[in-house]
Design a protein around this ligand. Structure first.
Ligand SMILES: [Zn+2]
Length: 317
């Protein structure tokens, strides 16, 4: 397939190509052989960490995108068509994978990274909340929590899955992928140790995360937090005074210390609840891997979340 290198093109020519719907796969190393399309910002980061300069990674789902409501356009489909390997999050997050598969050619591989990671079942109530939050039935995740990326252990598993796929698709660079994966895995091991040290500052009775979007299940499981989903608060539907009263009751009866707004989720209900109950209104968490700038990487978002939680939940001296 004909490839173009962005840097060598006059900007006008590039604009014409983009208007014609041709994807630009030349932004990585000029020598990179393996072309990877990514359907989740944190998989874009992971592919770059493991691939280094041997892989060209195209973020089909760009940083800052709402990963629950993304739907591929014709342009996105054309971008995917240029890839050897397509990385998806899996666990039902991308409800468009069937459509994508139908458009892929025989040589292309679609890898649902989350399929190799143990699933956390949503409780019945939580599943209902997720369904309501998504707005329509097409986004119900079949009772499985799709947010596997909010766990260091799961990201370590994802490193192994993606490294194996890269090595299979491009055996000549397998040693490079293994070396990069080992270095990144070591970094994540240190990150987890740091997070545990930070969380040890929070009294165990304060380790409760109240959010309006049920996104931190894997995280809570790994680091010993209790999740307090603030029921009835769909950010897309105006909350009734009854809903808000119920949420205020939950916050009080659960002895919650803080409420946590999330990147990309309207914080107005949580603001009202914090004002009503006097609990801490935390800085925004990045829970869907949809941060931008320094928060667009796994380590950037994770460190940010740990710092915000510690700030909100460690008692004042
Ligand atoms: Zn989410």
């Amino acid at each position: 397939m004909l490839q173009f290198t962005c840097g060598k093109m006059k900007s006008r020519f590039l604009q014409v190509l983009l208007l014609l719907g041709l994807s630009c796969w030349g932004t990585g190393s000029a020598m990179a052989e393996l072309k990877v399309a990514s359907l989740h910002p944190l998989l874009t980061d992971l592919a770059k960490q493991i691939g280094g300069d041997k892989v060209t990674v195209l973020a089909v789902v760009a940083a800052g995108t709402d990963v629950h409501h993304f739907s591929p356009s014709t342009q996105h489909m054309k971008q995917v068509a240029g890839a050897d390997l397509v990385l998806a999050s899996g666990k039902g997050l991308e409800n468009y994978l069937g459509k994508l598969r139908d458009n892929m050619s025989a040589g292309q591989v679609l890898l649902e990274v989350g399929e190799a990671i143990p699933s956390l079942e949503l409780s019945e109530a939580a599943a209902l909340m997720e369904a309501a939050e998504q707005g329509h039935a097409g986004h119900v995740h079949g009772g499985v929590d799709p947010h596997w990326w909010n766990s260091v252990d799961n990201m370590q598993r994802a490193i192994r899955v993606v490294t194996a796929a890269f090595s299979k698709a491009d055996a000549s660079n397998a040693a490079v992928y293994e070396t990069n994966a080992a270095a990144y895995g070591k970094k994540l091991g240190e990150l987890k140790k740091w997070a545990k040290r930070e969380f040890s500052k929070i009294p165990s009775g304060h380790r409760k995360l109240a959010t309006a979007h049920l996104s931190l299940g894997y995280f809570a499981q790994e680091f010993g937090f209790k999740l307090i989903p603030v029921q009835g608060l769909n950010p897309e539907i105006p909350a009734t005074s009854k809903d808000l009263a119920a949420a205020v009751n939950t916050i009080r009866s659960s002895k919650v210390r803080a409420v946590f707004p999330e990147q990309g989720v309207n914080p107005k209900h949580l603001e009202k609840i914090a004002a009503e109950t006097g609990v801490v209104f935390s800085g925004e968490l990045v829970a869907d891997g949809n941060g931008i700038g320094p928060l667009s990487t796994f380590t950037g978002a994770f460190e940010h979340n740990v710092r915000e939680m510690v700030k909100a939940l460690v008692p004042a001296p």
